[in-house]
Design a protein around this ligand. Structure first.
Ligand SMILES: Nc1ncnc2c1ncn2[C@@H]1O[C@H](COP(=O)(O)OP(=O)(O)OP(=O)(O)O)[C@@H](O)[C@H]1O
Ligand SMILES: [Mg+2]
Length: 258
């Protein structure tokens, strides 16, 4: 029997690492709360979690505490308020860099995670799941219960070939999982479209349905600058190309939860 998929959950994934998944997850969550949506950001990069690092948070509890039974899943929820004047905040389950523990999370741990996420999901309009790169067993498990998957790719040739490999495996294991593409760190819109075309051409022989392109984000100095300041780019540089592109991507997803 197929397990129930988590309503309005979006996995942020990639073939190659370092393409901007965590940054995108944080800023997408921020953009969605700007649109009055209730958002949970789950740091599922169980080996090298860094949502809390990018935001300078120091949560009392995190996923490791949950696995070690120091707190309940609900108690592990912390929050990020983009600034003091903001009327709402993003709820966060921080991941904690698990010192390699991710490799040995037993099957029942994943089942428990899925149950916990299912239990709290009615409290939210969107669940954003930031994952590690590649196709580890844990990622493949997550993709069986998420509702949508956003694949992030950059202009790097290896990023494109790894994204094609990722999509191929997803298509084989989870043909029902809707995929969406974001090109990040593009030199220009034109370059972004070229990356998307290369990706689509690489997938053509095994995919019947081509995943739509939902956004092109330029390489933007505002991104590392805001990470250095431990805040979202939407807070620090709201008029930057990167922030504006994320606002548009958020609209794409929030229209489905009106
Ligand atoms: N649009 C952008 N413009 C400039 N730099 C960017 C952009 N997006 C991300 N970066 C930079 O890329 C680096 C990696 O970002 P991030 O940690 O979010 O990637 P990741 O895909 O989550 O990595 P990992 O696979 O290790 O989890 C960061 O230092 C960030 O500053
Ligand atoms: Mg990351």
């Amino acid at each position: 029997m197929t397990a129930a998929r988590l309503a309005n959950s979006i996995i942020i994934a990639s073939g190659k690492g370092g393409v901007g998944k965590t940054w995108l997850s944080i800023n997408l969550a921020h953009a969605l709360i700007n649109q009055k949506k209730r958002v949970l950001l789950f740091d599922g990069d169980l080996g090298f979690a860094n949502v809390d690092t990018q935001l300078g948070l120091n949560p009392k509890w995190d996923l490791k505490s949950v696995f070690k039974k120091k707190c309940s899943f609900e108690e592990a929820i912390s929050s990020y308020r983009p600034n003091n004047n903001h009327s709402s905040c993003v709820d966060i389950i921080a991941g904690h860099s698990m010192d390699g523990i991710s490799m040995i999370i037993p099957e029942r741990g994943i089942v428990k995670l899925r149950e916990s996420l299912l239990t709290i999901s009615p409290n939210y309009d969107h669940l954003i799941l930031d994952l590690s790169a590649g196709l580890s067993q844990i990622i493949q498990e997550f993709t069986t219960f998420a509702q949508q998957c956003l694949v992030v790719v950059t202009e790097d040739t290896t990023s494109i070939t790894d994204a094609i490999a990722f999509i191929k495996v997803m298509n084989f294991r989870n043909p029902d999982l809707p995929l969406h593409i974001i090109v990040n760190m593009a030199k220009s819109d034109k370059h972004g479209h070229q990356v998307y075309t290369s990706l689509v051409n690489g997938c053509a022989e095994f995919l019947n349905k081509i995943p739509p392109l939902v956004g092109i984000i330029h390489k933007d100095e505002c991104v590392p600058e805001s990470i250095k300041r431990k805040t979202s780019t939407l807070s620090r540089h709201p008029t930057s190309q990167a922030a504006q592109a994320i606002e548009k991507i958020a609209l794409h997803f929030s229209e489905k939860t009106k």
